[in-house]
Design a protein around this ligand. Structure first.
Ligand SMILES: *[C@@H]1O[C@H](CO)[C@@H](O)[C@H](O)[C@H]1NC(C)=O
Ligand SMILES: *[C@@H]1O[C@H](CO)[C@@H](O)[C@H](O)[C@H]1NC(C)=O
Length: 335
C-alpha cells in the first residue's frame, strides 16, 4: 500500500473512531444527553415494578380503582364522614347529591381503567419545566395530570398538550376549560370547603351565584361540560395530609389551617391509581430572591406564595422522601 492509500484509509476510519469514542462517552458515562437514560414511559417501566411500592413508606394502601365520588355512596351511607371538608363530607351531602345527579358519570375512561399497567405523569406548574423540551415525553404517558389553571397552548414544547385529568378548585378554575385542555379532559374538582361545592352546584343549575366565601373571586361563568366533571373523593386529601405530610386533619382552635397543595395531592392520587409515577415542574426556586418567577408561565414570584394555606418546605421534604424511596421519578434535574 502506498503512503497516500494509508492516509486515505486513516481519514476514512477517523469518523468511525470518533463515533466509537462518542458512543462510549455517552453510553457508559451517560453524560451527553443523546443516549441518555431519559425515562421512556412505556411498558419497560411496567416490567420491573415492585408490587410492594408502599411498604417502604408505611402508607399501607391498596390500588385504588375509584377516585371520584359516586351518587351511590350517599344512598347507602357506606362510610358516613365524621370530618367536614376538605378531609370529609360531613355537612356537604346535599350539595353533592345535587351535583352528582347531573354529572352522570363517576368513572375514568374505560381505555385507561382497563390497562394492566398505568403510566402517569403529574405536571406541576413550576419554573423548573421551562425550556425543558419535555412536551413529547409527557404526551406519551397513559395519564397526564395537570393542575389548576396552568396553560398548555403556547407551552406545548415544554409541557406537552395531552391532558387526561385536570385538578382544580373554584379559585383556580379558568372560565373556559376548553381553552387549554383536550375535549375529553376530565375536570376534577378538589373541594376544599363547602362553598366550592356550592359554586359548582350554582353553575350546573344556573342559580344565582353567592360571591362570598372565596379567597379570590371564582369565575361566575364556567364552561366545563357536566359529563366531564368529576369530584375527587376527599379520602385522597385526607390521606395526603395524614400519611404523606403528617399534618393535623382536625382544625385546631384559631390557627390558620394548613392544607396540602393540589400538586402533592395529585402525586398521591397518581401513586394510588398508577403503576408508574413520574413528575415534572415540581419544586420551587432555590434562590432566596423573592422576585424569582415560580411558574413556567405568567409572572408570579415567590412573594405571592407567602400568605398561602400551604407549608411548602414541608411538602418539599415529603417529595424528597417519595423520590428517595423510588416511588416517584423526576423527568428533569431539580433542586
Ligand atoms: C428559555 O429560552 C428562552 C429563549 O431561548 C430564553 O430567552 C430564556 O432565558 C430561557 N429560560 C430559561 C429559564 O432557561
Ligand atoms: C397535540 O399536538 C399535536 C401536534 O401538533 C396534535 O397532532 C394533537 O392533536 C394535539 N393533541 C391534543 C390533545 O391537543
Amino acid at each position: 500500500m502506498s503512503l497516500a492509500a494509508v492516509k486515505t484509509w486513516c481519514l476514512r476510519l477517523l469518523p468511525v473512531v470518533f463515533f466509537l469514542l462518542w458512543y462510549y462517552y455517552c453510553y457508559f458515562l451517560k453524560s451527553c444527553g443523546v443516549i441518555s437514560k431519559s425515562p421512556v414511559p412505556r411498558k419497560s417501566f411496567c416490567e420491573n415494578l415492585s408490587p410492594k411500592k408502599w411498604e417502604t413508606l408505611d402508607f399501607n394502601i391498596a390500588r385504588a380503582n375509584s377516585l371520584f365520588l359516586k351518587l351511590e355512596d350517599f344512598f347507602w351511607q357506606q362510610r358516613p364522614s365524621s370530618l367536614p371538608l376538605p378531609y370529609g363530607l360531613k355537612g356537604s351531602e346535599l350539595f353533592l347529591l345535587k351535583i352528582l345527579a347531573v354529572t352522570a358519570s363517576y368513572k375514568m375512561p374505560e381505555s385507561i381503567s382497563k390497562l394492566d399497567c398505568r403510566t402517569c405523569v403529574v405536571v406541576g406548574n413550576g419554573y423548573g419545566v421551562k425550556n425543558s423540551s419535555l412536551g413529547p415525553v409527557i404526551n406519551k404517558y397513559d395519564i397526564v395530570i395537570r393542575l389548576n389553571n396552568a396553560p398548555v397552548r403556547g407551552y406545548e414544547n415544554d409541557v406537552g398538550n395531552k391532558s387526561t385529568l385536570r385538578f382544580f378548585y373554584p379559585e383556580s378554575a379558568s372560565p373556559n376549560p376548553d381553552a387549554h385542555n383536550d375535549p375529553d379532559t376530565l375536570m376534577v374538582l378538589v373541594p376544599f370547603k363547602q362553598n366550592d361545592l356550592r359554586w359548582l352546584k350554582e353553575i350546573l343549575y344556573n342559580e344565582k351565584r353567592v360571591r362570598k366565601g372565596f379567597w379570590k373571586p371564582p369565575p361566575q361563568i364556567w364552561q366545563g361540560k357536566s359529563s366531564h366533571i368529576r369530584i375527587l373523593d376527599p379520602y385522597f386529601l385526607y390521606q395526603t395530609a395524614s400519611k404523606v405530610l403528617k399534618i393535623p386533619v382536625q382544625p385546631k382552635g384559631k390557627e390558620k389551617p394548613v392544607h396540602p397543595t393540589t400538586g402533592i395531592l395529585a402525586i398521591y392520587v397518581a401513586l394510588s391509581y398508577c403503576d408508574v409515577v413520574h413528575v415534572a415542574g415540581f419544586g420551587y426556586p432555590q434562590s432566596k430572591n423573592q422576585k424569582h418567577p415560580i411558574h413556567y408561565y405568567g409572572s408570579d414570584t415567590m412573594k405571592s406564595m407567602k400568605d398561602s394555606y400551604h407549608d411548602l418546605s414541608h411538602e418539599a421534604e415529603a417529595l424528597k422522601r417519595l423520590e428517595d424511596a423510588g416511588l416517584i421519578q423526576y423527568l428533569h434535574p431539580h433542586s
